[in-house]
Design a protein around this ligand. Structure first.
Ligand code: NAD
Length: 389
């Protein structure tokens, strides 16, 4: 096992071509662990962004990154997003994420995931892993054979199972909150809604929207998937390239990130953007401001899609489906608070959300640490969690 831990407090020389320490310091990441097992092909990076509220929980993604810098950028951005997502959702968790560099269709093996599990275990509960893009339940079971710091397990072994239904429910509630703000009523009946992607989350989402009487337009890059879903919910199938410019009330991005950008915003005719995809804004500051200028209400991605994290987090206390569902329902109020703050302060919704998330972390971080005989790395609330799992 070869491990390199980069500690933000020990600044070394900075590589001008890829200023890693600059990147860590600009978003105040606590720790980045490079995991390498050359004999079995493991190249992974674990990023712990902030553990003020508790242990860093976030999925591991397997992706064939073009280069290491791309992987580092991704894991730094995703782990930071998890800190904000946990905070704004009222969870006592910090933000972390991991990436495995590789092709999930051909590079998976039991030794690879067991080796990754050992790195997770070596962090002693500072990071708890779960499923993300390219990872399935079988892979997590391999990880679990090396560490107890795993969540997102199948229901059959006490886990919360597929989080997509809870994510979709949270998106649905967040969308209703946006409608309340924009139209004065949270009913989605008769609303024209364009949904991008016919995957796990969007399938559940469009069923709820269809039941409420929304007029649906859906797209996917795979025709068979989108056609099957469209038949089930009576939606109109549109070309993936046309989804941004449709004359609709609500656009719901439920595929990939970066879809709200310089090219797409000028075509948009919607009043609201509310979907499950992570990192929807290509550039947070620039495109968040552009949406405000275009009078488009944007439900911040990490807030509205927090149902998945809520579901996974609920496993740490013994999974309770109803409790996870009830917590996800609160996304309605959280989104409304953010939209009101944004309006009162004439600031983009992503910034309003960041401010509220940071406020909670800052306040909890100020709680005095008191010594007890079993105080460990940080004392505070995180300790309660690491003892529970
Ligand atoms: P998924 O892979 O099941 O579905 C995504 C769908 O989008 C696929 O059918 C894919 O073919 C389609 N797609 C990809 N590119 C597209 C394009 N350009 N145009 C149209 N369709 C396209 O994934 P999912 O689990 O449903 O997650 C969807 C999004 O929500 C992802 O961004 C994910 O990170 C985010 N998210 C998911 C969860 C969860 O619980 N699954 C939780 C939080 C966030």
């Amino acid at each position: 096992m070869q491990s390199t831990t980069i500690d933000r407090k020990k600044d070394a020389g900075i590589d001008k071509a890829f200023p890693l320490f600059d990147k860590l310091q600009s978003h105040e990441h606590e720790q980045v662990v490079i995991c390498s097992e050359p004999d079995i092909g493991l190249k992974a990076i674990i990023a712990i962004h902030d553990t003020t509220l508790g242990p860093a929980l976030g999925g591991v993604r397997m992706w064939p990154y073009n280069n290491e810098q791309e992987a580092i950028r991704d894991v730094l951005r995703l782990s930071r997003g998890m800190t904000y997502k946990a905070s704004i959702s009222g969870l006592n968790l910090g933000g972390g994420k991991a990436v495995i560099i590789g092709d999930s269709r051909k590079d998976k093996s039991e030794p690879l995931f067991r080796a990754f599990g050992r790195y997770v275990e070596s962090l002693g509960g500072r990071y708890i892993t779960a499923e993300d893009v390219g990872i399935d339940v079988q892979n997590m079971e391999w990880v679990r054979s090396e560490t107890k710091y795993v969540s997102g397990l199948p229901k059959a072994i006490g886990g919360g199972g597929d989080p997509s239904p809870v994510t979709a429910f949270g998106v649905y509630m967040g969308m209703k909150a946006c409608a309340k703000k924009a139209y004065g009523s949270d009913s989605l009946e008769g609303k024209r809604i364009a949904v991008q992607g016919a995957g796990h989350v969007s399938s559940h989402l469009v069923r709820s929207l269809s039941e409420e009487g929304a007029e649906l337009y859906i797209c996917d890059i795979y025709e068979d998937k989108v056609n099957a879903l469209a038949r089930e919910v009576s939606a109109e199938v549109v070309d993936p390239d046309d989804i941004y410019g449709l004359d609709v009330d609500i656009f719901s991005p439920c595929a990939l990130g970066g879809v709200v950008n310089d090219d797409t915003i000028p075509h948009m005719k919607c009043d609201i953007i509310a979907g499950a995809a992570n990192n929807v804004l290509d550039e947070e500051e620039r495109h968040g401001q552009m949406l405000l200028d275009h009078n488009i209400l944007y439900a911040p991605d990490y807030v509205i899609n927090a149902g998945g994290l809520i579901n996974v987090a609920s496993e740490l206390e013994g999974y309770n489906e109803q409790r996870a569902h009830d917590q996800a329902a609160k996304i309605y109020d959280t989104i409304l608070d953010i939209l009101n703050y944004s309006e009162d302060n004439n600031t983009p919704t992503f910034r309003a959300s960041n401010i509220l998330a940071e406020e909670r972390i800052e306040k909890v971080g100020k709680i005095h640490q008191v010594y007890t005989s079993d105080s460990s790395f940080s004392g505070r609330i995180g300790e309660l969690y690491s003892n529970n799992i």
